[in-house]
Ligand binder design. Structure first.
Ligand SMILES: Nc1ncnc2c1ncn2[C@@H]1O[C@H](COP(=O)(O)OP(=O)(O)OP(=O)(O)O)[C@@H](O)[C@H]1O
Ligand SMILES: [Mg+2]
Length: 402
């Protein structure tokens, strides 16, 4: 059979080989082993660093240890209201609990007075939503009731508990103007149930804005979550990500050490970029030389393609003045780590554009933050929210001034 290009750049696409992440896996296993749930997981990191696929890889580990796994991607849901969020949880939960029978119900048979039919009551969607609607009180009381009933049902089945794995959780927001607090609801309910010893754990994934957002909604989040920040892969791990998928004897493509080194350099060890660059190189080798060897990597061509596929959309949404500001940031030697407003103000005095004042920089960074280009960490410093953005901007500046 023909060996196909194995590399898969794309949001949430399972990679041909999931490299590294041993420490993170250990951490997750540790959380699974808690007797009383004191800590929940926040898995965070820049765009394309591998949060979604890592979370997905945790699922079989949890199931193997007897947990039930409930999950969804929150980016597509419009969980703006508390009831919406509760409904979302019931919907997701019912998929893994509908096999649990919690009682027998007698139902009158239509048209036969005095005759009853016995029916098993299962923890299916209908039961959960019915329970939610019938329970008096606030949304949090209702949701707690549902989860308590589910939890005792799961216990009876000697399950280890339930994990709620939500991806893109940074999209959850309290809406003070509408008096809807779905994020706080989620935190309140889980904190309260965990205190009672219920085995329900949150595993939230999202951009670096996620954890500060949780803490802002409820300060106890600080203690409630173990934050795992995913970084780029080390050179050895990157090497595995590049070479393991093409180790197969049937694979027509071979990559030499120098090519591998170039891929690591170009990708900065960021998983999405590794997949992207490898897919391009694989095709280039396969098509142009035909003998499975590569003499020259089309670095510039691949970079240009990456720029238009990955970066250009984000860049084109920025205004001219925002681009000037970002270009100043990209000149800072520490732009790939963290930078301050003051550093930007200072650097902007070097021109070529009009310099920036600090309040203006603050304002613009807040706006760029909403657009997902930068984020503010807990120490008030800023970072790019997109990996290798600094290099991309320097390339743009170089081409436009050429
Ligand atoms: N450990 C890894 N080894 C090799 N490839 C990986 C690894 N982790 C992720 N990838 C690849 O990187 C790409 C991005 O992964 P993923 O979608 O999980 O990132 P993400 O952090 O969820 O991104 P986003 O912030 O856009 O949601 C995918 O193509 C995936 O196959
Ligand atoms: Mg993702």
């Amino acid at each position: 059979m023909e060996f196909r290009n194995p590399f898969k750049p794309g949001a949430g696409h399972t990679p041909p080989y999931l490299a590294g992440r041993d420490a993170e896996r250990e951490e997750f296993l540790r959380l699974l082993d808690q007797d009383t749930i004191l800590e929940n997981l926040v898995l965070t990191g820049l765009r394309g660093v591998g949060k979604t696929v890592l979370l997905e890889s945790f699922k079989p580990l949890a199931i193997q240890k007897g947990w039930r796994w409930v999950g969804a991607d929150l980016s597509e849901s419009t969980s703006v209201s508390e009831d919406n969020l509760a409904l979302r949880l019931c919907t997701d939960l019912s998929v893994v609990t509908s096999d649990i029978v919690v009682g027998i119900e007698e139902q009158p048979v239509a048209g036969f007075a005095g005759e009853n039919r016995r029916r098993e009551v299962r923890l299916n969607f209908e039961t959960l939503v019915g329970l939610y609607n019938r329970t008096p009180g606030l949304a949090s009381d209702k949701l707690k009731r549902v989860l308590e009933v589910v939890s005792s049902g799961v216990d009876k089945q000697s399950g280890r508990g339930v994990i709620f794995a939500y991806d893109e959780a940074q999209t959850l927001s309290d809406q003070a103007a509408k008096e809807q607090y779905p994020l706080s609801l989620l935190l309140d309910v889980f904190q309260s149930l965990q205190r009672k010893g219920l085995r329900m754990m949150l595993a939230l994934t999202g951009l670096p804005t996620l954890f500060p957002k949780l803490v802002e909604a409820r300060t106890f989040s600080e203690r409630m979550f173990r934050v795992v920040f995913l970084e780029s892969l080390s050179p050895a791990e990157s090497r595995d990500a590049i070479l393991k998928p093409i180790q197969d004897g049937a694979c027509p493509v071979r990559l030499g050490d120098d090519v591998v080194a170039d891929i690591i350099e170009m990708s900065g060890g960021y998983p999405y970029f590794i997949q992207f660059v490898c897919r391009e190189i694989y095709d280039a080798v396969n098509q142009t030389t035909g003998n499975g060897e590569l003499t020259l990597i089309p670095v510039e061509e691949i970079e240009r393609k990456l720029d238009s596929d990955f970066f250009a959309g984000r860049w084109s949404r920025a205004t001219d003045r925002q681009r000037e500001l970002l270009s100043v940031v990209a000149r800072l030697p520490n732009c790939d780590e963290e930078f301050t407003v003051q550093e930007i103000v200072e650097e902007s005095k070097q021109g070529p554009a009009k310099s920036f004042g600090s309040s203006h920089v603050n304002q613009m960074l807040a706006y760029l933050g909403q657009q997902g280009l930068v984020f503010k960490n807990r120490h008030g410093k800023y970072s790019f929210a997109v990996p290798l953005l600094g290099r991309f901007i320097r390339r743009q500046v170089a081409t436009s001034s050429a």
